[in-house]
Design a binder for this molecule. Structure first.
Ligand code: SF4
Length: 328
């Protein structure tokens, strides 16, 4: 007896231009604005009302005049938009777009560790990188981004110790630039963790005279070979201020190349890692798997369906106090 042939339902690829048109009219119909992180696909950034890094978008979220925000990024960013706009409906294209860095610091473990430090008589402030869940934000004293970390750390009274969560690499870098000793939470981002020193050395060899730009979440051995260390906004400002056409090796999420190219098209941008030894071609293996869950189709679907939605939780109010104190 022969088995019936089961056919997979055809996956329908929709035309990106049609999707963009549909999104434009849905935005009007649903009274919505789109906020897109620099790490999502360029075509989503092109239809967004605001693009930026996490700090810029957290600030932009307060300027939105529509009743709905679609946040193309990852979950904790959608939470921040909701925290800043409790009365607005905040939608995200894919609920599974999490963040390995945020997940490396679960709130119950942080609370237990803080308790243990207090029981040992330690007098400290907890400083959290913005890539944390709202539940973690509600447990800390300060929130920083790579753009404002120095300024905020200078605001922590000198007599206090600092517990820095969740990114150990960013924490180590901040200890160096601020001269403050910190207790470091052992978290990291899976994307920035994969940059290997070999990839970077090879990229430098293949591109003599190039300038290395790296995100401070990169491991220390990468930062030691870096010419410009900075968050996404600092990178953008740096390339705009550089007039001579330059080759930049960019060690951060590969979609960052898009806003850099837009801001300063006179330069050449090469994502690191990604220079194939054999062919010299570049690849984008450092794409964040969470950010890339955002697609034009899902942006359209969440506008059309009104979900998934970030709903208000009680602890958002405490997180709001900390965000207000730290970011605005
Ligand atoms: S690049 Fe890293 S820190 Fe950023 S969202 Fe992805 S996993 Fe999180």
């Amino acid at each position: 007896m022969s088995l019936p042939v089961i056919q997979n339902p055809a996956v329908v690829e929709e035309d990106p231009l049609d999707l963009m048109d549909e999104i434009e009219s849905l935005k009007k119909e649903k009274d919505a604005s789109i906020l897109a992180h620099y790490y999502v696909d360029g075509e989503i950034q092109d239809i967004a009302d605001f693009t930026g890094d996490s700090l810029k978008l957290a600030r932009d979220a307060t300027k939105v005049t529509t009743s709905t925000i679609v946040f193309a990024g990852v979950h904790f960013m959608g939470e921040s938009a909701k925290i800043m706009n409790p009365e607005k409906r905040v939608l995200i294209p894919d609920l599974h777009a999490g963040c390995s860095l945020a997940e490396s610091c679960p709130p119950d473990q942080l609370a237990a560790f803080q308790e243990q430090l207090r029981a040992n008589g330690r007098d400290f402030h907890t400083v959290a990188y913005i890539n944390t869940s709202a539940a973690v934000k509600s447990l800390v004293d300060w929130i920083v981004t790579s753009g404002n970390a120095r300024e905020i750390i200078d605001r922590v009274p000198k007599e206090k110790e600092i517990l820095f969560v969740p990114d150990q690499h960013l924490g180590r870098y901040l200890m160096e630039v601020t001269g403050r000793k910190m207790i470091l939470w052992p978290g990291s981002c899976m994307v920035h963790e994969v940059f290997s020193i070999q990839d970077l050395l090879r990229a430098k060899r293949n591109n003599p005279g190039s300038v290395v730009m790296a995100h401070p979440e990169c491991p220390q051995n990468i930062l030691e070979l870096t010419d410009v260390i900075g968050g996404t906004e600092k990178m953008r400002r740096h390339v705009m201020a550089t007039e001579t056409p330059t080759t930049f090796l960019v060690a951060t999420e590969a979609a960052m190349i898009h806003p850099l190219q837009k801001a300063a098209p006179q330069h050449t941008y090469i994502p690191v890692p990604g220079i194939m030894a054999s062919t010299g071609e570049t690849c984008a293996c450092n794409r964040c798997p969470h950010m890339s869950l955002n697609t034009l189709q899902k942006v359209r679907d969440c506008l059309r369906n009104g979900g998934p939605e970030i709903v208000w939780r009680d602890y958002y109010a405490k997180a709001r106090e900390v965000l207000d104190r730290s970011l605005l």
